[in-house]
Design a protein around this ligand. Sequence first.
Ligand code: SF4
Ligand code: SF4
Length: 145
Amino acid sequence: MICKVRILKLILMGLLNGKKCLEYGCFKCCLETEMILSYSDIHRIIKLGYKLDEFAYFDGHYWRLRNNNRRCYFLSNDGRCRIYKHRPKGCMAYPVIIIESEKEIRCGVDDYCPFSNEINLKELRDGCKILIELFRELGEKIIVD
Ligand code: SF4
Ligand code: SF4
């Protein structure tokens, strides 16, 4: 599949990274996750000692993170990611996501994240690059303007 991605020009301030999530005590995106996994994500996590069926399931098209009691398998009780340094590419990019509409497919910021308005243009671009790599691994080619 060839998708065309347009980088949105946003005038935003601030930085959003893992530190901000900790500072705000937020782990909203780790609840009821449907995060897609690439093969390198799966390989990296298995090398940590986890078993594939424990942390992921196949939906017929993609491997996705599994939830336990509506929380990501890797979310600890204190709201931290147990594999943060090795987390899936989609988690690294979040809240930058691929947005698909009838007209186009593009990178954008998910307003499900309560601090999505703190993403700046550089972070949007960096997140978009990670997502392009993720979809390339999945055999879905994305073109960026
Ligand atoms: S929803 Fe946003 S602020 Fe909350 S953990 Fe996810 S990326 Fe961080
Ligand atoms: S792998 Fe980590 S960052 Fe990704 S959804 Fe699970 S707990 Fe959150």
